[in-house]
Design a protein around this ligand. Sequence first.
Ligand code: HGY
Ligand code: MN
Ligand code: MN
Length: 415
Amino acid sequence: MAIQIEKFIDEKDDVASMIEWLASFGATESNGVTRLLYSEEWMSAQHAMKAKMEKESLITYFDSVGNMFGRLEGTDSTGETILTGSHIDTVKDGGKYDGAYGVIASFLAVKRLFKAYGQPRKTIEVVSFCEEEGSRFPLTFWGSRNIKGVYGLENVKHLKDTEGISFLEAMKKSGFEPEAYMPPVRDDIDRFVEIHIEQGMVLEKNENTIGVVSHIVGQRRYTVKIIGESNHAGTTPMSYRKDAVSAAAEFISFLTKKAKGMDSDLVATVGRMDVEPNVPNVIAGEVEFSLDIRHHEEVILDRFCKEIFAAFDALAKEADMKMEISQWMDVKPVAMDREMNRLVRKIAEDKNIPYQDMISGAGHDAQVFGSFCPTCLLFVPSKDGVSHSPKEFTSVPDLERGIDVLSEILYKLAY
Ligand code: HGY
Ligand code: MN
Ligand code: MN
């Protein structure tokens, strides 16, 4: 895959220009971005970001799964590294800021610190994680979970995307040879700092600019398959049908009512649905849908999942249909580091930037690191709380104040 990146290196390096520049890799007609793991757009974005970092004299490199790093060596030889960054992949037709802002902000913060103070005491690395969303293959946090040794090739060798392309094929095609895979586990990461758009409406509603995340919710994702019987839409009486779509509709309306009734912080989403044979005059023989369930308390997640799957089982039996449930994500709720959050609040106060503590309803790479090292996650506001959409937007002043606070945190940690 030929990567032509020279033309990108001399862009202006202010945050607004860089957001637009990075969004040009995978730009969609609706002014959104689709940059799926190991796609051409993904590859070009990683290489272009790498070239930017090289231009600022960072030592850049890829690990064996496509995480890309820009390293600013520290003077002391403890070997400990302060890692900062976010993910480069996006959802389909997503926004320009989700993940990308964190990579760009970390790069601009380190560039600013290097220009102002030279070499840090502790090494700082900017990371552009290869994948966080789970939007191409049914697996999330492929980048950060490799760095923490939670994932390896074992977890992906059977996976295929919706076009039937295997994970390993896609990995190889984008230049990361599975045969050459070396577990990119890092044990030198002393702290991890991520800045990200909030993707919700809390900060905007409360007129705050910085969100100091106390916890990131736990998340479980499943694929539910209902096997009925396809038949003629005109000649099959209602009582003789095994209609997979009407069964799925019953499951989903049960699930939605249950979620609303159990706990105001519980969210349950069916985002993807495939119907077979998916034609108007045939009763659906099969339906497969995704399930995304989140809460910041494990005990609520457990209770909700137990109750809905028991009910699904009973509904399937009653309708004399088969049901298969496969779980492909189970991320625990994770608390962020209190010490680092105290530092963030102090910095925001000193800079007169309005802030608040909050819980993250979105998943982030910070929750992978949070169980291994002191980690903090900062938010900047999302206009109207919209995200995972081309309408995603954050104002330039908010983007810049986020970089001000991030620069200060990195200064305190590494200089
Ligand atoms: O889906 C999420 O929570 C995140 O945007 N990956
Ligand atoms: Mn994200
Ligand atoms: Mn996202």
